[in-house]
Design a protein around this ligand. Structure first.
Ligand code: AMP
Length: 216
């Protein structure tokens, strides 16, 4: 059993790599961004509370995301391991994760930092979209679907979805939040001897194979 954090700025490829690792090895992906977007879609109290914060590109409170992760870690049947995608994002979240894993008798194995320069991140984010039916990720220039309204993978029609916060204004704030609140985790996990760095530029398969080498 392996527990892994994918750390990196928005657009570094954490979601794509997490999905592929889960498909190949049966890990469970825990993406706080996905959980919060679900809450927004369901119009739950939590969803309403976080909608504006997310649209602006700011971080929601530690209390909220730690609560979401705690619920998953204590309820999820899982024998292969967890991939944390977009969590932790602050030092307080990192401490909480360590304690939660300890409570369920587990530990963190690796933290993979995917690093990509800002210019590339902007190119990747502006123009990306997903199929809301199967979750496949696309990009209008680098990975367009064969038919502009049909998903290549599941065949659904008109299910493409652009994230509300994938615009230049929100992205500036999301990058600022990354460098201010999340990048200190690089030092934190280095000090705990968990950090492995992977260049996030390259094909999805190349990066996937570098991460698999770390896991093996
Ligand atoms: P993501 O999909 O990981 O880029 O997350 C989208 C948005 O959800 C972020 O810009 C934050 O507003 C919020 N969010 C997701 N994960 C966290 C987290 N661990 N801590 C605080 N806010 C988060």
């Amino acid at each position: 059993m392996k527990n892994l954090i994918l750390l990196g700025p928005p657009g570094a490829g954490k979601g794509t790599q997490a999905r592929n690792l889960c498909e190949a090895f049966g890990f469970v992906q825990l993406s706080t961004g996905d959980m919060l977007r679900e809450a927004k879609k369901d119009q739950s109290e939590l969803g309403k509370k976080v909608a504006n914060i997310m649209a602006r590109g700011e971080l929601v409170t530690d209390e909220i995301v730690i609560g979401l992760i705690e619920k998953k870690l204590t309820n999820e049947e899982n024998s292969k391991g967890f991939i944390f995608d977009g969590f932790p994002r602050t030092l307080a979240q990192a401490d909480a994760l360590r304690d939660l894993l300890e409570t369920i008798g587990q530990k963190l194995d690796h933290v993979v930092e995917l690093y990509v320069d800002d210019e590339k991140l902007v190119q990747r984010i502006i123009g990306r979209f997903t199929c809301s039916s199967c979750g496949e990720l696309y990009h209008k220039t680098t990975k367009p679907p064969k038919n502009p309204s049909i998903c290549d993978i599941c065949g659904s029609k008109d299910t493409f979805n652009y994230r509300q916060d994938d615009n230049e204004d929100s992205l500036k704030i999301r990058l600022l939040a990354y460098y201010r609140d999340t990048s200190p985790l690089i030092g934190y996990y280095h000090a705990h001897n968990k950090l492995r760095k992977v260049n996030g530029l390259g094909s999805v398969d190349e990066i996937q194979s570098k991460i698999r080498n770390i896991l093996s």
